[in-house]
Design a protein around this ligand. Sequence first.
Ligand code: 5GP
Ligand code: ZN
Length: 133
Amino acid sequence: MDCIFCKIAHKEIPSHVIYEDDDAIGILDIHPRTPGHTLVLPKFHAASIDDVPPEKMGDLFGAVKSVVILLKEKLSPDGFSIGINHGEAAGQEVPHLHIHIMPRWRDDGGGCIQSIAEYKKESVEEIKKKIIS
Ligand code: 5GP
Ligand code: ZN
């Protein structure tokens, strides 16, 4: 399969690796939005969370936690934005699941995760009915 992140995960393409365990790798984003902007990717191919076996999800987020601890210790940020562009509609460009970890500083001028979309349609009650019915 011609997947750039599979090739990175298997060291066929070079990257700046800052974290690695049995199932995941943490690399510096090639176009960082903040200093230390890291991507955590599973070493196995999964386009999205849908393709990750449930028993592997915990380990994947364990890797996220390890990267957060590392960046906190080394870069002393004031906080983090952590998120996934999950699917093309959400801005996913590389179709291999990756979790963005962006160290944040109080004066970095960035917004919060909720600022990526605005929503004025159904009420919360209407949506809840759809979800739990
Ligand atoms: P997304 O798919 O969530 O929109 O973002 C893909 C991210 O991967 C982007 O932030 C982009 O800069 C990064 N990226 C794309 N290609 C490479 C690459 O070859 N190496 C690294 N380290 N990052 C990449
Ligand atoms: Zn892949």
